[in-house]
Design a protein around this ligand. Sequence first.
Ligand code: UTP
Length: 289
Amino acid sequence: MKIKKAIIPAAGLGTRVLPASKSCPKEMLPIVDKPAIQYIVEEAVKAGITDILIITNRGKGIIEDHFDHSVELENMLEKRGRTDTLEELNNLANMANIYYLRQKETRGLGDAVLRAKQFVGDEPFAVLYGDDVIIGEVPAIGELIAAYETFGKSVVGIKEVPDELVVKYSSLKTERIDNMNYNVTDMIEKPSLETKFSNFSVLGRCVLDNEIFQILEKTPLGAGNELQLTDAMATIARTKGMIGVEFSGTRYDMGNKFGILKANIEVGLSHPETRDQLKEYIKEIAKTL
Ligand code: UTP
């Protein structure tokens, strides 16, 4: 079955990027000239997704404004003959069918995904975490969808991370299948170094069979007293098995300050409007470090 629906959970509190995220959702923080969530929507659309549900909460209305028309702005751009920018804004408002649903209490990523049960119906679906931007030649979620089609099992996007990060993310029990794909037979959220399976973590992308909803409904609260998506996926990994795809792009964690800086520097170094100036600037500043 072709995967056409995606969920972008964007209802977290973003405490690690306060005060920036107090009144501007971290998903709306810019990387050069676009907010993080726009890169994520573009990735989904490139991979053939047509319907996207963004899970929001109080104070995140500007996400809705961003993917809507701004008639006043568009009229002004038309009058001034700024056709390129006008076209860019029009494309932005017409990229996909985007729906919004509020998570009324911040009860964890698993709970945010569970809110999407009605939207998803009985199809498999993609999840793209709202603060994980992945930049690459091919859309990372497309690589996961391809694996879902090949192996017929739920899929997680994975990378090896250092010990100091594995304890903050998750750890997977894996067996290599080929150069990009792994069998995943167990996983644990926020392990200690004693309980970790490996340094492979789930990073921001999954493709899930809708059985996840029944499992989430029965999953007890986990780490941080939140409903953890990892705990529900662990049930699938242990029973049917899952596939881990070591996606090819570079992932930027927009949920922490250094991740935001790295994303801006690296994307800025390849953006036609900023790359030359930024390169010179970095070379100059490096001399003083
Ligand atoms: P994080 O684990 O980064 O949580 O969420 P957070 O609350 O946003 O951040 P900190 O730890 O307070 O800094 C991963 C993704 O899941 C979403 C977030 O918006 C983010 O995109 N999320 C998290 C929800 O949608 N709802 C939740 O209850 C928790």
